[in-house]
Design a protein around this ligand. Structure first.
Ligand SMILES: Cc1cc2nc3c(=O)[nH]c(=O)nc-3n(C[C@H](O)[C@H](O)[C@H](O)COP(=O)(O)O)c2cc1C
Length: 179
C-alpha cells in the first residue's frame, strides 16, 4: 500500500515531523514517500497513492499556503482515499492554557473546519512545534517581538516524538488492517 506524506514547512520543524511519521509507516511495511508541498507531486503521481497524510506548520492561526493549495488542488483525488491531517504549531512546555484548555485544541488552525467538511479526513492532530529564533525571517522576528505575542512564541524544540510516533502507528494499523 502506497502512502504520500505531503508537508509544508517554513523552517524544517514540520518536515521533521513528516519524516518521523514516514519512518514509522515504513517500519509497518507501507511504501511511503514524503513530498514538500512547496514542490508538490504532480497530479498523476498523486493519483498512484492509496492514502495521504498532509501536514503544515501554523503561522498566525493558519496553515501555510503551499499546504492549503495542495489540498484544494488535489481535492478530487483526496476525496477518493483515506486522508489524515496534522498541524505543527504550539510552542512551550505547557499543554494547557490559562483557561485550562488543551493547547492542542485551542490552536487548531482556521482551515481545519473547512477541510473536515470537504475531505472528511480520518483525523486531524495538532502537534507541538519548534523554532530556532536565529533562523527566523525578519518579518517573523518582528511578529515575535509584538507586545501581544510576548511569551507566546518561545524558542526551543517542543515536538513530542512519542506522541507523533504513536499517531503514525495508529495510521499504519488502520491501513495495514485493510490492505
Ligand atoms: C511569527 C510566528 C507566528 C506563529 N504563529 C503560530 C500560530 O498562530 N499558531 C501556532 O500554533 N503556532 C504558531 N507559530 C509556531 C510555529 O507554527 C511552529 O514553530 C512550527 O513548528 C514551525 O514549523 P516549521 O519550522 O515547519 O515552519 C508561530 C511561529 C512564529 C515564528
Amino acid at each position: 500500500m502506497r502512502v504520500a506524506v505531503v508537508c509544508a514547512s517554513q523552517y524544517g520543524a514540520t518536515m521533521g515531523i513528516a519524516e518521523r511519521i514516514s519512518a514509522e509507516l515504513g517500519l509497518a511495511g507501507l511504501d511511503v514517500r514524503v513530498y514538500d508541498a512547496a514542490r508538490p507531486p504532480h497530479a498523476e503521481d498523486v493519483a498512484g497513492y492509496d492514502a495521504f497524510v498532509v501536514g503544515s506548520a501554523v503561522y498566525m492561526g493558519h496553515w501555510l499556503k503551499d499546504a492549503t493549495t495542495f489540498v484544494r488542488r488535489s481535492q478530487p483525488t483526496l476525496l477518493e482515499h483515506r486522508v489524515w491531517l496534522f498541524s505543527s504549531g504550539p510552542l512551550g512546555p505547557e499543554t494547557t492554557d490559562a483557561d485550562g484548555a488543551d493547547v492542542r485544541e485551542s490552536t487548531v488552525p482556521a482551515e481545519i473546519a473547512d477541510f473536515t467538511n470537504t475531505l472528511r479526513p480520518v483525523g486531524h492532530r495538532v502537534f507541538f512545534g519548534a523554532i530556532d529564533p536565529e533562523a527566523l525571517s525578519l518579518g517573523h522576528r518582528v511578529i515575535r517581538k509584538f507586545p501581544g505575542a510576548a511569551g507566546k512564541i518561545p524558542a526551543g524544540d517542543f515536538r513530542d516524538w512519542p506522541e507523533i510516533e504513536a499517531w503514525a502507528r495508529e495510521i499504519a494499523r488502520a491501513l495495514v488492517k485493510t490492505a
